[in-house]
Design a protein around this ligand. Structure first.
Ligand code: ATP
Ligand code: MG
Length: 268
């Protein structure tokens, strides 16, 4: 068994080391294209506690994926700083894994071989072979290890992408609209699975979603971003225990106020 995926979190004697604090400090970001500057983030500051689950909501194109890429270390902010446990993030690390908006499985590799990629790259494949079986079981794909991506449903492909992230036992899991393309039933199931994984593994989670309900069902805190360049326009703490019900009156009220912040009428 890959210990940190479940046992560590349940063992009260162990220090909480499976998660990190993420500190986004006065971050502004610009892209340059054809000599023109595109301002994407404008003075975003956000502190995320170790083990916290935070959801990011905001209009399309406002800069949500950009923020995740900065946290993953795939890009460096034009100004400000992104810190992991107080240290500046300068490069990608297996501790901080981004599950991309588009499921990016390699079509020529089986599910098992896709999940193995991170371990292979780190030269850990021999001693960690069993971890692949563990995570495939965790995302309920143990019977599909030898399938190729084109033989999977959309939900299964997303679960495989999640397994590929989890096999690295990340301390920070960055999720970019991971369920956006799934049908609503699969989506509900995946949301519950993600919550279970988060509870058991103890990582810090930052989830980008377009779905206000999804944010409220899953997160400890929901951050609402403005249009590009994104700045934080609202921050909502969700203090309801899990499992949450979508017809919970408090969540419905929060949904209304978030939709209002986003400039959308209540009855959508
Ligand atoms: N590498 C890049 N070079 C130039 N511009 C970029 C680059 N990546 C993103 N952008 C631009 O930055 C803006 C924000 O993009 P980003 O992908 O962060 O938005 P988003 O909030 O994730 O949108 P969506 O909800 O549609 O996924 C967009 O206008 C996009 O065109
Ligand atoms: Mg995006």
């Amino acid at each position: 068994m890959a210990p940190a995926l479940s046992q560590d979190a349940q063992n009260q004697d162990l220090p909480v080391s499976r998660s990190i604090a993420l500190d986004i400090e006065k971050v502004s970001h610009r892209y340059e294209r054809d000599g023109r500057q595109l301002q994407v983030l404008d003075d975003v500051s956000l502190k995320i506690e170790p083990g916290e689950f935070v959801a990011l909501l905001g209009p399309s194109g406002c800069g949500k994926s950009t923020l995740l890429r900065l946290a993953a270390g795939l890009e460096t902010a034009t100004s400000g700083d992104v810190l992991e446990d107080g240290r500046s993030i300068r490069a990608p690390s297996p501790d901080r894994i981004l599950v991309f908006q588009e499921a990016t499985l390699f079509p020529w590799r089986t599910v098992r071989a896709n999940v193995a990629i991170g371990l292979e790259a780190r030269g850990l494949i021999r001693e960690s072979e069993h971890r692949i079986d563990d995570v495939l079981k965790l995302v309920k794909l143990e019977g599909f290890a030898d399938f190729y991506p084109h033989q999977l449903s959309g939900g299964m492909a997303q679960r495989a992408a999640l397994a590929r992230a989890l096999v690295n036992d990340p301390k920070l899991l960055l999720l970019d609209e991971p369920f956006g393309k799934l049908d609503s039933l699969t989506r509900l199931r995946m949301q519950n699975e993600l919550l279970d994984l988060w509870k058991n593994a103890g990582f810090t989670a930052l989830l980008v979603t377009h779905d206000v309900e999804e944010a409220l069902l899953l997160a400890d805190r929901v951050i609402v971003l403005s249009d590009r360049p994104a700045s934080i326009v609202a921050e909502v703490r969700v203090e309801r225990p899990h499992p949450r019900r979508r017809d919970d009156a408090e969540l419905i009220a929060l949904r209304g106020s978030i939709l209002e912040t986003l400039g959308i009428s209540h009855d959508v």
